[in-house]
Ligand binder design. Structure first.
Ligand code: NDP
Ligand code: 2IT
Length: 444
């Protein structure tokens, strides 16, 4: 067994029952093997063993009281994975499915994603198995305050800077920031995705979805094509999905379907985003309500059916492993030309293989959705500089970061003889910078 295989086998043995972590590690390690072979000094320095082991894992109890006066207890997590190139940076996910395996897969991905942005941010991730759905604002506030009452001692503007992810948006960041400020008595950039009135950045809300479309447009432009006139499917109807839809539509695409965890809407006339925003951002409602409001739309229960709708471009923007073998085959059979991942690890390893073998342009999450965290780093820069940039300034920087990422992953793929393999390109380009920094720091 070679070095990479040995590290992967040991990781699986030492971290049993963590399937998502194994999946992310397998995808990364299997593609960086050529780099590791070129650099025998990495093995001598135990670099990969250190790379796959989080620097610190924090797990804690989060007690809170619901509106009925009942005491509830959730599990809280923060995985501070790698600080070689900057302070830990990455979102917090509040979803009932959250466990250590999911937070570790997200943290490992985040290291390379953050490296690809070209900005000085390390990798981390956190969250809780708390479900904000159906909770009152007071219950969400009580939970966030309790979560931060433990988390505050582990984070800081130059140490670890959390942000949003599934189930954590502007409301949750507000409550988390309020509690941090109260305990620490400092108004600093310790969280990103903050409201504009208290230090947030314009365009952060839009950044992940816009960035996803910018990098996809660049990949299409490189082939003499574009979003114009394309039929697009977007899964999810949360923060990433909504702003991916907005930008794709502005470039002349027709988005025909979106979903939430209950089911999907298909609107052959093109999704009316104003109605989706009203249902999701204002009322925190269900996507089913869209079909009741829009005559041309049809609602179906369950999520999987969405991938059987013919489209040119698929933008999975909900959750991990939402595209499996069956769904990938359905997309390919219907002639999909490009799949770009807005969510983290939405395609299984088998689905990725199907896309790559079918010649589909496949843009992996760590490159395609890096616009969110990149703009978080721009928010950090504005906070430390006591600056406030216009929407246009931030959006322009975001677009140029996404275009750079595309060309970096494209060049890395070419350099290693795998033209068009952006999974390999993204893993190698992201890893090289982290490896160089880790080597410079010695055995730490
Ligand atoms: P939101 O909470 O705003 O929205 C999540 C959406 O995905 C909702 O429509 C939700 O439906 C759906 N969803 C979540 N879990 C499931 C599931 N298990 N099955 C089916 N549908 C599901 O989250 P975001 O839009 O912020 O995040 C979406 C994805 O993008 C995640 O993978 C996240 O890690 C990734 N991401 C987010 C970034 C950001 O800046 N926010 C940055 C980079 C990546 P429902 O409401 O019914 O649960
Ligand atoms: O997965 C991600 O990159 C995010 N949820 C955003 C992280 C951040 O720090 O902005």
């Amino acid at each position: 067994m070679n070095y990479v295989q040995t590290v992967l086998e040991n990781l699986k043995k030492q971290n049993p029952n963590e399937p998502e972590f194994h999946q992310a590690a397998t995808e990364i390690l299997s593609t960086i093997a050529p780099v590791v072979e070129k650099h025998p000094e990495y093995e001598a320095a135990g670099l990969l063993e250190r790379f796959v082991e989080p620097e610190r894992v924090i797990m804690f109890r989060v007690p809170w009281v619901d509106d009925g006066g009942k005491v509830r207890v959730n599990k809280g997590y923060r995985v501070q994975f790698n600080s070689a190139i900057g302070p830990y940076k990455g979102g917090l996910r509040f979803h009932p499915s959250v466990n250590l395996s999911i937070i570790k897969f997200l943290g490992l991905e985040q290291i390379l994603k953050n490296s690809l942005t070209g900005l000085p941010i390390g990798g981390g991730k956190g969250g809780a198995d708390f479900d904000p759905k159906g909770k009152s604002d007071r219950e969400v506030m009580a939970f966030c305050q309790s979560f931060m009452t433990e988390l505050y001692r582990h984070i800081g503007a130059d140490t670890d800077v959390p942000a949003g992810d599934v189930g954590v948006g502007g409301r949750e960041i507000g409550y988390l920031f309020g509690q941090y400020k109260r305990i620490r008595d400092e108004h600093v950039g310790v969280l990103t995705g903050r409201g504009i009135s208290y230090g947030g950045s314009l365009a952060r809300k839009e950044a992940t979805g816009y960035g996803l479309v910018y990098i996809t447009e660049e990949a299409l432009n490189a082939r003499g094509d574009s979003f114009k006139g394309k039929t697009v499917i977007i899964s999810g109807s949360g923060n990433v999905a909504i702003y991916a839809c907005e930008k794709a539509q502005s470039l002349g695409a027709k988005v025909v379907a979106m979903y939430d965890s209950d089911g999907y809407v298909y609107d052959p006339e093109g999704i009316r985003l104003d109605i989706i925003k009203e249902i999701k951002e204002v009322k925190r409602g269900r996507i089913k309500e869209y079909a009741a409001k829009v005559k041309s739309a049809k609602y179906s229960d369950g999520c999987k059916g969405i991938w059987t709708i013919p489209c040119d471009i698929a933008l999975p923007c909900a959750t991990q492993n939402e595209i499996d073998t069956e769904s990938a085959n359905a997309l390919v059979k219907n002639g999909v030309m490009c799949v770009a991942e807005g969510a983290n690890m939405p395609s299984t390893l088998e689905a990725i293989d199907i896309f790559q073998k079918s010649g589909v342009i496949f843009l992996p999450a760590k490159a395609a959705n890096a616009g969110g965290v990149a703009t978080s780093a721009l928010e950090m820069a504005q906070s430390s500089g006591r600056l406030f940039w216009t929407f246009e300034e931030v959006d322009k920087k975001l677009k140029s970061i996404m275009i750079n990422i595309y060309h970096n992953i494209d060049s890395a793929a070419n350099e290693y003889g795998c033209k068009g393999n952006y999974v390999l390109g993204a893993n190698i380009a992201g890893f090289l910078k982290v490896a160089e920094a880790m080597m410079a720091h010695g055995v730490v």
